[in-house]
Write a protein that binds this ligand. Structure first.
Ligand SMILES: Cc1ncc(COP(=O)(O)O)c(C=O)c1O
Length: 383
């Protein structure tokens, strides 16, 4: 049965005031998530240092993230950010041999390029897969870059600039055929669509909780395939990455046997409360239903933009698109501000504004956005 989206919308108070199309930057706040933050404050006020509960919250986020991705809880590190997870992973890789190439794409979020370039002094070679004339990166371009010297293919699922979704099953097949591992940066996808790390045959995946996972900033995850964990020894470490956190042993580094070895210090406790509530909410709605809804909303939005003569640059094919519609502008920052004057919340990157959809959006949101864009076209469209 389809979720009752009308009722779900009422759980996000901002939707009564704004047309909220900014989940690709920061999700709308759900009542449940606000209540979770308040529960944390209550704990602090009334109990003080409630460590037993805090650890339970951290483990709950791990278990819920595992459920979301169809992974095992032992395969999930709860991190402070995507960047923290990638740095820990990078520190565990050996770039000193012949297989030292990291293949990334032109669609990467900066952190998933900068961190691999930061490994160059350790021997890494970073290859960028370019886009084609139509702006997309076809599989053939990856085939040309992935070779026997490739250690890792580190790619984004959905591009933060234009909303394009890469052909991840195809990229994984190419990489594994050459003996390379695959890291998926799924931050712009996770929660907005169904992701199954086993079905995708991924080696690693990283994301965070503040966008489509309904949580907050300052917390993320790193998935590490269980058969790889023991062969990877992060040099970015800390006491929460140890096999026995309580051991307080200062004589040696004894990393956890599971993905927890990619963690570091004290968990982001308040963020665990919020993210637990966000993940529970999201899982109740269900990612297959969310994916279907976001596909329909983005498709509708793109069709309506065509009709007003201001087409988006996001790929029209469903299999090449995430939950964001990017629209070019001669002044994207000013357009974003002008939309805000109409109570429409978007974001902008490069020369585009981004309207990102989630299950709590509806067709009226599409219509409000398109009506405002029609009014603003003369001042802000590219020509
Ligand atoms: C695709 C993608 N990857 C990585 C990041 C950065 O994540 P973090 O700030 O948690 O390191 C973002 C943030 O917007 C993102 O959109």
């Amino acid at each position: 049965m389809e979720p009752n989206y009308q009722a779900l919308r009422r759980e996000f108070p901002v939707l009564q005031r704004k047309t909220y199309l900014n989940s690709g930057s920061y999700c709308a706040l759900a009542n449940d998530v606000k209540a979770a933050f308040e529960a944390y404050m209550e704990d602090r006020l009334l109990v003080g240092a409630n460590w037993d509960v805090w650890i339970t919250k951290n483990e709950s986020v791990r278990a819920l993230t595992a459920r979301l991705l169809n992974a095992d809880a032992d395969e999930i590190a709860v991190t402070a950010s995507v960047s923290a997870g990638l740095n820990a992973l990078a520190s565990s890789l050996d770039f000193s041999g012949r297989r030292n190439k990291v293949v990334i794409s032109d669609f990467e979020f900066p952190t998933n390029a900068q961190i691999w370039h930061a490994q160059e002094p350790r021997g890494a070679r970073v290859a960028h897969v370019p886009r084609a004339a139509d702006g997309y990166i076809p599989l053939e371009h990856f085939a040309g870059a992935i070779d026997d010297e490739t250690l890792l293919v580190a790619v984004t699922h959905v591009c933060f600039r234009n909303g394009a979704k890469l052909d991840i099953p195809g990229i994984v097949r190419l990489a594994h055929a050459k003996g390379a591992m695959v890291l998926l940066d799924c931050y712009q996808a996770v929660g907005s669509m169904h992701i199954d790390v086993k079905a995708l045959d991924l080696d690693f995946a990283a994301g965070g909780m503040l966008k489509y996972l309904l949580g907050t900033a300052g917390i993320g995850f790193l998935y590490v395939r269980d058969t790889l964990t023991k062969s990877l020894l992060p040099t970015h470490s800390g006491w929460f990455a140890q096999a026995n956190i309580a051991a307080m042993d200062i004589t040696a580094n004894r990393p956890a046997p599971n993905a927890r070895r990619f963690e570091a210090g004290t968990p982001p406790v308040a963020n665990c409360y919020a993210s637990e509530a966000g993940l529970k909410f999201l899982l109740t709605v269900g990612t297959p239903a969310i994916e279907k809804r976001n596909m329909a909303l983005t498709r509708r939005c793109m069709e309506r933009l065509e009709e007003i003569g201001w087409p988006s640059i996001t790929p029209a094919e469903d299999e090449r698109r995430g939950a964001t519609v990017a629209v070019p502008s001669r002044n994207s920052g000013a357009l974003c501000a002008a939309l805000m004057q109409h109570d429409i919340v978007t974001s902008h990157r490069d020369d585009n504004i981004r309207a990102s959809f989630h299950f709590y959006n509806n067709e009226d949101d599409v219509e409000s956005f398109v009506a405002a864009m029609k009014k603003l076209r003369g001042s802000f469209s590219p020509n």
